[in-house]
Write a protein that binds this ligand. Structure first.
Ligand code: 5AD
Ligand code: SF4
Length: 481
């Protein structure tokens, strides 16, 4: 190993698997800057591409905010960029393959612009074997940093830029919450609000507890302050983010939980509140009651089931049986008016039998999901499931996946059909790429609606009468135009 900067810290999976009992440190320092870094981006441009979940999208907006704070301006064209950052996802192999393809494609830019900095951050950076692969095979990458040290980005960039050495700084175990970082939000009316970081569930297939660290909740006053300032800035919708929002507050031991948070966020009067993701394990009836009774909490719940078979659920480490899941599901459906429920499903978990897969199909049929995200199981290095024996062929997995998609599509279409002739409230996000008179946005139930309306309505909530339903979208016309 040579030519590495003094910043050379690789991740360790063993360290990432540990959970310390220490109280979380709230770091309010904000950005770490010095004389050089505070305006090092002047007259320079940055390009950030984010992959993966909403949590990672939110990180991408913080990274953009930091770069803008130190003078960089945004470009959507990699050819013009002085800094390119790929904010990556590690949840499945195909997400990682896309990133490696992208890194390969960026190599030629180094010959036309030798000062270009290419950086990799996000969940892939937290995996030791990925860092090794990049160091060995992708010399065009100058900088690797992880999910825990975004606040140090200016410092790391300076090191990569001035010392011309490869910078690797990935912390494995983290007990901090970073507050007061600048954010550059993509939307002027929809915003992500982190309420907690990390995950302690350790589902056997999942890499997230390693890449994102232990469950850490933000203080309720910090969250409320952010929501208030978003409301004052004209934001119409916020989405509360966490790998498992129902566990909010547990680590703090301050006597409040997700139900308390929902109530207080609702009291701010912001127009629309959403939240993701809900693990069935910590969902209480009190939380459901609040969702059911508060007008500004949207009746949409993402409730991952992963499998409809008890034995597979047990081997996944999901901590519930299908019966328990279905009871919770039914309670939500009966209490929350016009509820819309989506889910995540994995097919081809190691050793999944045809019969076990059919239990998943049966669950989809019974639950009548409004939509579902379906995945073929992807082994993740270091997770328990990756060591389980797997005798299901790729062909069989693909076949099950296709059958599942068919079942899920049927369910989604039936769900959409019930909206035809009804009027829904849509927060208008923009116009169709093909036709300026076609607007689109999401209904309260999280249905994507395309409709005829006036461009001046972008950023407002309008009533739309639904005239037609497709599997994944609704079509309609603005009422009163
Ligand atoms: N393989 C396939 N899908 C996965 N997910 C998480 N880990 C894996 C994996 N190893 C899916 C789960 C999760 C969603 C975000 O991604 O369904 O809920
Ligand atoms: Fe991907 Fe999970 Fe990381 Fe989100 S937390 S970016 S889904 S690996």
């Amino acid at each position: 190993m040579k030519d590495y900067s003094k910043y050379f810290k690789k991740p360790s999976l063993q360290e990432e698997a540990k959970r310390c009992k220490d109280r979380v440190v709230i770091n309010k320092e904000g950005l770490l800057l010095d004389e050089v870094t505070s305006d090092m981006g002047k007259n320079k441009k940055y390009f950030v591409r984010t992959y993966g979940c909403q949590g990672n999208q939110a990180d991408g907006e913080t990274i953009a905010g930091i770069l803008e704070f130190i003078g960089y301006s945004k470009t959507d064209d990699v050819e013009n960029a002085d800094v390119i950052l790929l904010n990556t996802c590690a949840v499945r192999e195909n997400a990682e393959d896309k990133v490696f393809g992208e890194i390969g494609a960026l190599k030629r830019l180094k010959t036309t612009n030798p000062d270009l900095i290419i950086g990799i951050c996000g969940c892939m950076s937290q995996q030791p074997h990925i860092v090794d692969k990049i160091l060995e095979s992708y010399p065009q990458v100058d900088l690797i940093f992880g999910t825990h040290n975004i606040n140090r980005l200016p410092l790391l960039l300076k090191e990569a830029y001035f010392n011309k050495e490869r910078v690797v700084e990935v912390f494995s175990n983290n007990n901090e919450i970073l507050e007061n970082l600048p954010v550059s939000r993509e939307s002027k009316f929809k915003a992500w609000v982190n309420i907690m970081y990390g995950c302690d569930k350790f589902c056997t297939y999942c890499i997230v507890p390693y890449t994102r660290g232990k469950e850490r909740s933000r203080l309720i006053e910090d969250i409320l302050q952010e929501v208030e300032s978003l409301k004052n800035a004209g934001y119409k919708e916020i989405t509360l983010l966490g790998q498992n929002v129902n566990a909010y507050g547990k680590d703090l031991n301050l006597g409040y939980d997700f139900a308390t948070l929902l109530t207080k966020v609702s009291d701010t009067g912001i127009e629309r509140i959403r939240f993701v993701t809900s693990h069935p394990w910590n969902f209480t009836s009190e939380m459901i009651d609040i969702i059911a009774t508060r007008e500004n909490i949207m009746p949409y719940i993402h409730l991952p089931i992963q499998s409809g078979d008890d034995e597979v659920l047990r081997r996944m480490g999901r901590r519930y049986s299908y019966k328990e899941y279905k009871e919770l599901y039914d309670m939500i459906r009966s209490k929350v008016k016009n509820s819309s429920i989506s889910t995540d499903i994995i097919v081809g978990f190691p050793g999944e039998t045809e019969e076990q897969f059919e239990n998943t199909l049966k669950a989809v049929r019974e639950c009548k999901y409004d939509s579902a995200f379906t995945f073929i199981y992807s082994p993740r290095v270091g997770t328990p499931a990756a060591k389980m024996e797997d005798n299901v062929t790729d062909e069989e997995k693909k076949n099950r996946f296709n059958r599942l998609v068919e079942e899920v599509s049927k369910s989604a279409k039936e769900s959409n059909d019930r909206f035809v002739g009804k009027t829904v409230k849509v927060l208008v996000e923009g116009t169709s790429k093909k036709n300026e008179n076609i607007l689109s946005g999401y209904s309260e139930e999280n249905k994507l609606v395309n409709f005829k309306g006036d461009i001046s309505k972008v950023g407002t909530v309008v009533d739309v009468k639904i005239t037609n339903s497709k599997t994944w979208t609704l079509e309609g016309e603005a009422v009163g135009e």
